[in-house]
Design a protein around this ligand. Sequence first.
Ligand SMILES: *[C@@H]1O[C@H](CO)[C@@H](O)[C@H](O)[C@H]1NC(C)=O
Ligand SMILES: *[C@@H]1O[C@H](CO)[C@@H](O)[C@H](O)[C@H]1NC(C)=O
Length: 273
Amino acid sequence: MMGDMAAAPLVVLGLALLLVEGASAEVGSVSTSIEEVGSKVRLTCALNHSDTQITGHRWMKGGEVLKEDALTDLKMEYEVDVADRAGKYSCLFLPESVGRGDLAVSGPPKVKAVKRSEKANEGDPVTLACKSDSFPPVTSWAWYKMADSGHQDIVNGSQNRFFVSNSEARSELRIKKLNIKSDPGKYVCNGTSSQGSDKAVITLRVHSRLAAFWPFLGIVMEVLVLVAIIFFYEKCRQPEEVVDDDDTGTEPPKSSGHQLNNEDKSVSQRNPT
Ligand SMILES: *[C@@H]1O[C@H](CO)[C@@H](O)[C@H](O)[C@H]1NC(C)=O
Ligand SMILES: *[C@@H]1O[C@H](CO)[C@@H](O)[C@H](O)[C@H]1NC(C)=O
């Protein structure tokens, strides 16, 4: 009996929490629409009702924020170029729990290079990467190298140096032990979905080990020149000092200076007479 009475408030609390969660989910009833307007595609999200004051809106695509504002409307819009439309979008009414809508806009894939140029030292590895946040997602990726003779397909694992790893949104080409003669150039990644394919180009530059060594060599040269200058300076000074030492070896140096001064005075005294 005592145990049941203690448990009752906990059950009530649990029910209350469930009700609160259910209620907040109901408030966020967002209707979405996608319409083509000329060369643009307009995405619209509308919230039918909110007890909470709206503090802003956020548009997202593939996990990245596209746009955020601090307006209070129950409706939000976003326009994209027709060519760039494909992807999974989300609209969020802020603060975040108020309401959210998801819009999938299908279209041909858009492939982008993560970095359009890469540079690395010979012997080092390098990773080239392409991505596509299109919808429907890219289902197959291919890499090739542009050459005068045409395209050289890159086969995964070839020469035990070229490795490709793929996911829906991204493809990476890793090249191990870069070769300065054969590896520099333009690499192309090609992504294909059910709606078409697109490609991006990445330029790879390979520096020689020696080039990386030049600045160090420069510093070594500078130090050597400096040491040489100091050495020759010391070499030139030493004979004079030796002569001086010989002169003043028998007499104290001060007295010789006084003698000179005295002679000078005597000369200047002599002149007027
Ligand atoms: C908003 O839409 C939801 C789901 O359609 C509905 O349950 C709710 O009653 C609507 N609220 C208002 C104020 O219209
Ligand atoms: C390429 O080969 C590696 C192993 O050598 C493997 O892990 C990887 O999944 C392969 N990539 C593709 C795209 O087949």
